[in-house]
Design a protein around this ligand. Structure first.
Ligand code: 5GP
Length: 190
């Protein structure tokens, strides 16, 4: 998505070879027209997948997921990051390791919101090592639903997330794929 790539080049900040800051337009301050365009693009890309629900993870996935949900006219569900593991018939939970924070949280979904037979589009702001997306897929499948798509706003393609997702049988689609980063430098895949 050209608009997004240009914005990353002008306003994104590669802190080092691993971490990209996009907090002036994606996940701290949000640029609504850009986010709306991101949602429209996801809607276009996944329009033929019979999507019944969009699922994301709090908090950075909420804005793109909501915009896509409006464009696709489906409900949007936010998985919570809980610190404690709770055994309950009302909850689906799985541990997810966060590389950015160096901690493990319990990705949590109330079972009433996603059900057997639902076709879920998972949306997140970043794909890095794939932990978040793999955890989300586990929870969606625990609910008896199908992961019918994975939409990522920014993929760091030099990290192993895509490969791990493909090995697990998923096919992530990303709006911007970064091939290389170092402090102050961002390059995209052609
Ligand atoms: P993964 O689980 O694929 O390793 O990482 C995905 C999650 O980590 C995303 O939900 C995102 O919030 C966060 N993340 C990973 N890499 C970056 C990054 O370079 N910048 C920011 N802002 N968040 C990141």
């Amino acid at each position: 998505m050209e608009l997004l790539k240009q914005r990353i080049l002008t306003d994104g900040k590669a802190l080092n070879s691993d971490v990209l800051l996009v907090d002036s337009f994606i996940n701290h301050q949000i640029d609504p027209p850009l986010m709306q365009a991101i949602g429209d693009e996801f809607a276009r890309l996944f329009k033929d997948q019979g999507i019944t629900h969009i699922v994301t993870i709090e908090s950075s996935g909420i804005a793109p997921a909501l915009m896509a949900a409006i464009a696709m006219d489906v409900p949007m569900v936010i998985m919570k990051k809980s610190i404690s593991s709770i055994l309950s018939e009302e909850l689906h939970q799985t541990p997810v390791y966060s590389f950015t924070k160096g901690t493990t949280y319990q990705l949590t979904l109330k079972s009433q919101f996603i059900k057997k037979g639902d076709r879920v589009l998972f949306i997140d702001d970043f794909l890095a090592n794939g932990e978040a997306a793999l955890g989300a897929a586990r929870v969606i499948e625990m609910a008896g639903a199908t992961v019918a798509g994975m939409g990522i706003v920014i993929e760091k393609a030099f990290q192993p997330g895509r490969e791990r997702l493909i090995q697990a049988g998923y096919a992530p689609i990303s709006l911007a794929r970064i091939s290389y980063m170092e402090a102050g430098v961002v390059e995209f895949e052609p």
